[in-house]
Write a protein that binds this ligand. Structure first.
Ligand code: URP
Ligand code: ZN
Ligand code: ZN
Length: 478
């Protein structure tokens, strides 16, 4: 299949230019003006923007979690993602405590074979022993994994305490991988959940009150300081509040390599949803960290605008009403997670580009290119240039959509952006040269997506150690 995208404006993180894009065999062959080629299909992108397909660096398709399984499969989730302009996800392998990392990785690889677009995996370190140390090495050297996730919350399940974080971060440094963290103090969450229940608070409003911003700020600061002591970069997922932003800003000012991600949901939705009288409505918003009071959204936007947060994601983790009902009598049993893969790009465009908060190039950076760079996929992904994968979204800045669970393609019965009309929508999504979102028609093919290897970062371990002045060993001769 060959494809020519004509008359559009190519917008990447670095530049905007009038150019045609010619794709063949799944890759971009040429970017240039007035290209003359014989091709299977021509898309006229006049008045539209031709951008790298979105990369959602944080999704959980068919995740077994909190006694149930997320309702979105790798096929339905990546297909819905394509309808929203995405061409790649980074999902998570999450081994149960004591489960071998390699066994879990292979299990997730099997599930993900259904994916319609390309994908890769962060692997969670949920426990620690010598086999975990060795499996991390195998995953990096043999299976193209360069990022490891640490859940600092979910006590009694997948929480990684400091005695796991420290050796795992050190192992990441040795391997040229990057540690990532879900920053919430799980011990405090567990304590505050009990406090809520003692006070008779059993409804969804107990969720944000047991996970206040301080809980996130403490964990973010601790993870960043551990990373600093070890000399390894760190990526903080779903930063939701000022208390977590503070240590990120401080560390970056001090020269520490700290990256932060924020979710479309956290940028746009506030915590009033948990105090709604309708239990189902409130429960549908239960996710961690929770939605925050309004002032935090303004701070997240500023951090995104200034480059202190680099990526946007969704944490797409879908549970339908009957699954959320598992926590009808006790908020701490409501499966945590919300959807958004289909809406992230349009919401970011509408609230970011249409308002002047983001330039179009910054939009590409925060929806695609930065994730590709941080997770070592660039320029194969996240760019429009000869040799890159033909993962492209043709964006119609005048198109409108009213978001609704009744019309979305996500396999879940609720939409946190319900009723919102966005201006700026994907007209065509092209995955490896195939048009899979075709002017309103979803043509995603189950199994068409490919696993993408992410090589480790090339770091000089000895040089990193030397740069850690406060860590330089000082022996005293006596
Ligand atoms: O509530 C959430 N975010 N569910 C998915 C698991 C996680 O914490 O990322
Ligand atoms: Zn999380
Ligand atoms: Zn998550």
């Amino acid at each position: 299949m060959s494809l020519l995208i004509k008359n559009g404006t190519v917008v990447t993180a670095d530049q905007s230019l009038t150019a045609d894009v010619y794709c063949e065999g799944g890759v971009i062959k040429k970017v240039g003006q007035s290209l003359e080629v014989t091709t299977d299909r021509v898309i006229d992108a006049g008045g539209m923007y031709v951008m790298p397909g979105g990369i959602d660096p944080h999704t959980h398709m068919e995740l077994p979690f909190m006694g149930t399984v997320a309702s979105e499969s790798f096929f339905t989730g990546t297909a819905a993602g394509a309808a929203g302009g995405n061409t790649m996800i980074l999902d998570f392998v999450i081994p149960s405590p004591k489960e071998s990392l390699l066994d879990a990785y292979k299990k997730w690889r099997g599930w993900a074979e259904k994916a319609a677009t390309d994908y890769s995996f962060h692997v969670a370190v949920t426990w620690w022993d010598k086999s975990v140390y060795e499996d991390m090495g195998t995953l990096v050297k043999k299976y193209g994994v360069n990022s490891f996730k640490h859940f600092m919350a979910y006590k009694g399940a997948i929480m990684a305490p400091d005695e796991t974080l420290v050796p795992s971060f050190k192992r990441c440094l040795e391997l040229g991988a990057i540690p990532t963290v879900h920053a919430e103090n799980g011990e405090l969450v567990s304590f505050l959940q009990k406090e809520m229940k003692t006070q008779g608070i059993m409804g969804p409003e107990g969720h944000p009150q047991s996970r206040p911003p301080e809980v996130e700020g403490e964990a973010a600061n601790r993870a960043i300081r551990i990373a600093q002591s070890i000399g390894v970069p760190i990526y903080v997922v779903h930063v939701s509040c000022e208390e977590a932003l503070e240590p990120i800003l401080r560390a970056r000012k001090e020269g520490q390599r700290v990256y932060g991600e924020c979710l479309a949901g956290h940028l746009e939705i506030d915590d009033s949803v948990y105090y709604n009288k309708d239990w189902e409505y409130a429960a549908a918003h239960v996710m961690s960290p929770p939605f925050r009071p309004k002032k935090h959204q303004a701070s997240l936007w500023k951090a995104l605008q200034s480059g202190n947060l680099q990526t946007t994601a969704t944490d797409h983790c879908c549970f339908c009403a009957e699954q959320k009902a598992m926590g009808k009598e006790d908020f701490s049993k409501i499966p945590n997670g919300t959807a958004g893969i289909e809406d992230r790009m349009a919401v970011l465009w509408d609230s970011g580009v249409n308002t002047g908060r983001l330039t179009m190039n910054e939009f590409v950076a925060v929806t695609s290119a930065n994730a590709a760079k941080i997770f070592n996929l660039y320029p194969r992904k996240g760019s429009i240039q000869a040799g890159a994968d033909a993962d492209i979204v043709v964006w119609d800045p005048e198109g409108k959509r009213t978001i609704s669970a009744k019309t979305h393609h996500q396999n879940v019965d609720f939409n946190i952006f319900e009723g919102r009309t966005v201006k700026g929508v994907p007209k065509y999504t092209i995955s490896r040269g195939n048009v899979i979102w075709d002017d309103g028609e979803l043509k995603a093919v189950e199994g068409a997506g490919r696993y993408i290897d992410r090589p480790p970062y090339n770091r000089d371990y000895e040089a990193v150690k030397k740069a850690l002045v406060h860590n330089a060993p000082r022996a005293v001769k006596r």
